[in-house]
Design a protein around this ligand. Structure first.
Ligand code: BES
Ligand code: MN
Ligand code: MN
Length: 465
């Protein structure tokens, strides 16, 4: 086998790959905003074309109630193993747009402290267009160099950032089409560019929206102020009661199913390289904060949390306007850990939140979406191949790490398709996904391609039928 293409990408090849990825990033596939539906569809077509170009002999765009799902496959021999690659071509809205140093949909390369070789700045560069594209290019290179030794399928969806609501039904209805031996996903982080990691768990999610209503219309605060409830005051008081003084969540039975942290897991987490001062200075904060009794890494990976994502109501325009608003709104999400059931948690939140309301306001609670937590077993064939691949490409053995984020379809995959998921991400937590100035290191992009090719090599070597 000729290894040389893996370790030395020529400048010409690098430029070609980067320019292609730029094209992908330039299409604003914002799934949450219906003004961008056309762009989302355009992106699906782009993905299909890209899949054809890298070797897929069968591709199809599936319509859903929401955004389309792009499928592609290259079957070289039905007797060989099949890898299913999952990812998403949709991106988060770029807001607040004024905080970007460059246009989110006109990617550019800039150097940063953590990316001295340069990083691609643009919405979706890391989450998840750049990481999806590594898989396309890995297949292209394997085909070019006669390295492919198994079958490959791709399922790239357009609704991950809004909860993957239509994907579960699609997976259930297309079990045969999606049949595989292993599912490979690059949509998570590594610890650093000198310390790779394999993501062995994801948190679940319950996403809620609440509305507190007072009087039937906004009122003159001089005429009515002090005499009736102000829904914004009520909402903020209710929110402040969602955590106690130890920063534990006050929803009854919220922690009932949570497994207490085991000594051995705690030790494992404490061995992960982590520098609190760097963490604080990267975020420009002087203090960290969270549930009493847990470290920062524990709080952000294996403990459940509750956060207000947005709050609005009343007058927020220019100048001053004296009113008691009629309504106050907030979006509140909870990250969940193994054994917590998001439907049960959402119901528990609703009951608790309504109980916190004083007489005199009307409270409405809506569940947006949810996701189950995920833990991957160690030691499977896919896990072993991933570990070998990272070790070879980075020259350092990867550490197992649970990530705090969520990918809703992952637990569903294991249940419906009955195959293992390997989370082989290449982003850094500091790459600002979902934030202004999202970026993806060039090192990470090319190292990712190399690692993926090695994964295929080790996985198909071990698993020849
Ligand atoms: N790729 C992220 C999830 C992620 C990032 C996991 C880094 C681990 C490390 C994904 O696109 C995402 O943002 N998921 C959402 C969930 C969704 C329902 C909106 C999340 O975690 O908030
Ligand atoms: Mn993602
Ligand atoms: Mn995301």
């Amino acid at each position: 086998m000729n290894n040389s293409i893996m370790y030395n990408f020529s400048d010409k090849l690098k430029d070609k790959f980067i320019n292609e990825l730029f094209e992908f990033i330039k299409i604003p596939s914002i799934s949450a905003d219906s003004k961008y539906t056309k762009e989302v569809h355009k992106t699906a077509l782009w993905v299909e074309k890209a899949l054809k170009k890298v070797g897929c002999n069968k591709t199809k765009i599936f319509k859903t109630k929401g955004h389309p799902i792009v499928f592609g496959e290259q079957i070289i021999d039905p007797k060989l193993k099949t890898v299913l690659v999952y990812g998403h071509y949709d991106v988060q809205p770029p807001d607040p747009i004024e905080l970007w140093d460059s246009n989110p949909f006109d990617p550019i390369i800039k150097k940063t402290t953590l990316h001295p070789e340069g990083a691609i700045f643009g919405r979706g560069s890391c989450d998840d267009k750049g990481q999806v594209f590594m898989h396309f290019k890995a297949l292209e290179l394997m085909n070019l160099n006669g390295l492919l030794n198994c079958n490959v399928k791709f399922m790239i969806e357009g609704e991950e950032e809004v909860g993957s609501d239509n994907l579960e039904l699609f997976v259930k209805k297309n079990k045969n089409l999606l049949k595989n031996d292993i599912i490979l996903i690059s949509d998570t982080s590594i610890i650093s560019n000198v310390q790779p990691s394999i993501t062995t768990g994801l948190r679940g999610l319950s996403y809620m929206e609440v509305l507190v209503e007072g009087a039937k219309r906004d009122l003159h605060s001089g005429l009515y102020g002090g005499a009736v409830l102000n829904p914004i005051h009520v909402l903020t008081k209710m929110i402040s009661k969602l955590h106690d003084s130890d920063n534990k969540i006050t929803i009854p039975r919220f922690y009932e199913e949570v497994i207490p942290i085991r000594k051995k897991d705690r030790e494992k987490i404490s061995l992960i390289p982590f520098n609190l001062n760097n963490y604080k200075s990267e975020l420009n904060i002087n203090e960290v904060s969270g549930e009493i009794g847990y470290s920062t890494l524990e709080r952000s990976s294996i403990r459940p949390t509750l956060d207000v994502n947005g709050i609005w109501g009343g007058y927020t325009g220019e100048g001053a306007k004296t009113i008691i608003p009629s309504k106050a709104h907030a979006k509140i999400s909870m990250r969940l850990v193994p054994n917590q059931n998001w439907k049960k948690i959402s119901k528990g939140f609703e009951d608790h939140f309504k109980n916190l309301a004083p007489k005199g306001v009307k409270v409405t609670v809506k569940t947006h979406h949810g996701a189950a937590p995920f833990t991957s077993p160690l030691g499977s064939a896919g896990y072993t191949a991933a570990k070998k691949a990272y070790t070879k490409s980075f020259g350092v053995e990867p550490i197992d790490q649970k990530d705090g984020g969520s990918i809703p379809i992952v637990p569903v995959f294991e249940e419906i398709l009955n195959s293992r998921v390997i989370l082989m991400g290449f982003g850094l937590n500091s790459d600002a996904i979902h934030s202004p100035n999202e970026h993806f290191g060039l090192f990470n992009f090319f190292k990712g391609i190399e690692t993926i090719i090695l994964f295929y090599k080790y996985y198909s070597e071990k698993n020849k039928n």
